[in-house]
Design a protein. Structure first.
Length: 199
């Protein structure tokens, strides 16, 4: 059952109880949450393993755009190139969400269940929707400071844990040359949040 703009418009942002995934063709599908959040994904196999890459979120990415992106990724695939390189064409073009997805797929999903749950509940869930379209290497330090100021107001202990985890995600991405740098690495953990001294 192929996707259509009408179908996506009717689902987007509304309570949804249908199939969690609707396929379109050529490896493109839409993952839909119960809250009506729609993510376009490209599915393929690499080294014998299934791979799933998020290529955009509706409506910021239109169905037409998603089909174009997947077409270009398929062209890479047919040439024997890993389609994940599509998003790393230029230094620093990966968004924070892209970084989290890569880190989760290649690293965090292989950790112990308890560690995985902690990462998922703190850094992955909190950061996934932040700075949605900005290349992570281009986010200025002032934006990170403002973000963590707000986190401290909400829960200063969690703010510190969040920064520790986020730095490890970004460090992982930099070490694998997915991004050249990120200003958040300039934030010192000891200056964010407060140590929990009372238990």
């Amino acid at each position: 059952m192929a996707l259509s703009d009408t179908k996506l418009r009717n689902i987007s942002g509304k309570p949804y109880s249908g199939a969690p995934e609707i396929t379109d063709g050529d490896g493109l599908s839409a993952r839909i949450t119960p809250a009506g959040t729609i993510a376009f994904q490209y599915r393929y196999r690499w080294d014998g393993k299934p791979v799933r890459i998020t290529v955009g979120r509706y409506p910021a990415t239109s169905l037409k755009d998603a089909r174009v992106i997947v077409g270009e990724m398929r062209a890479l695939y047919m040439k024997g190139l890993n389609p994940k390189n599509y998003f790393a064409r230029e230094d620093g073009e990966l968004t924070l969400k892209d970084c989290l997805d890569q880190w989760w797929d290649k690293y965090a999903s292989k950790l112990k269940p308890n560690t995985m749950t902690l990462y998922k509940s703190v850094v992955y869930n909190t950061m996934y929707t932040q700075f949605p379209d900005a290349p992570v290497a281009n986010i200025p330090i002032s934006s990170w400071v403002r973000f963590f100021d707000k986190q401290e107001e909400y829960n200063d202990k969690k703010a510190r844990v969040l920064l520790v985890q986020l730095r490890s995600v970004i460090n992982w991405c930099i070490s694998r040359q997915l991004i050249p740098s990120c200003e958040v690495m300039k934030l010192s953990v000891k200056n964010i949040g407060k140590m929990n001294r009372h238990g």
